[in-house]
Design a protein around this ligand. Sequence first.
Ligand code: HPA
Length: 275
Amino acid sequence: MTLSRRIDEACAAVRFVTDLVPRVGLVLGSGLGAASIGVEDQVVIPYARIPHVPMPSVQGHRGELSLGRVGKMGVAVLSGRVHLYEGHGVEDVVMAVRMLARLGMETLVVTNAAGSTRPQLRPGALVLVTDHLNLTGEDPTRGPEAAGLGPRFTNLTDAYDPGLLALFRRAAADVGVEMAEGVYAASKGPCYETPAEVRMLASMGADLLGMSTVPEVIACRHMGLRVAAVSCVTNLAAGIEGSHPDHEEVGRIASQASGRLALLVARFLELVGEA
Ligand code: HPA
């Protein structure tokens, strides 16, 4: 079955439940729910009921799509994602956002947990992603040119939309949440980096290290959407001030930051709705 056909089948399963058109979509990492960012009148659909959208296997990633509204604006929230490190192909990793794009999504916001290569970006810091380094070895636009998805050669200049970055800066000021800015480097994982790799990545311009986000961003740029991403720093990267990254700590710090992240994203959604 072609990719385009699989996306259509996933869309049909959602359309069977609701005719709401999501203008904005959010991919939430662990510890943040749709209610916390002010989405009302939600319909919740487990990924298990949507063909071709894989279920996450990582603890803390729920695996459900919520569709609702912020003001008059349709919003879709993907709570939980699948990662390349779970063994999924990149096509599966981006299936849910491709489905939302075909359902009408114009803007995607991705959140993630990340390690920091900069001692001044401490655990708990929220960081607006301004650009990325794709070190996954994957590109979701590789392969047969699927009809109706996007061009062969996707332009990733300004991949993180300048207008959305401006709205995020305004949202942060409005709610009084501190927000830094940085470049996110994605690897396939699941091992954390070695201290030598962290030094290399820092010298290459990476401020944030993670294992997600970049495939979804590329897929959505390919389909012509506007994209923004916010990282929550959960740890100093390996070797920085003697750091030993630990999955449990990553989850704990992400949950602690989720209240501030929710405030920020909720205000951002209001601003997008007004724009
Ligand atoms: N490296 C890569 N991915 C991560 C990290 C890290 O230090 N912390 C959370 N996700």
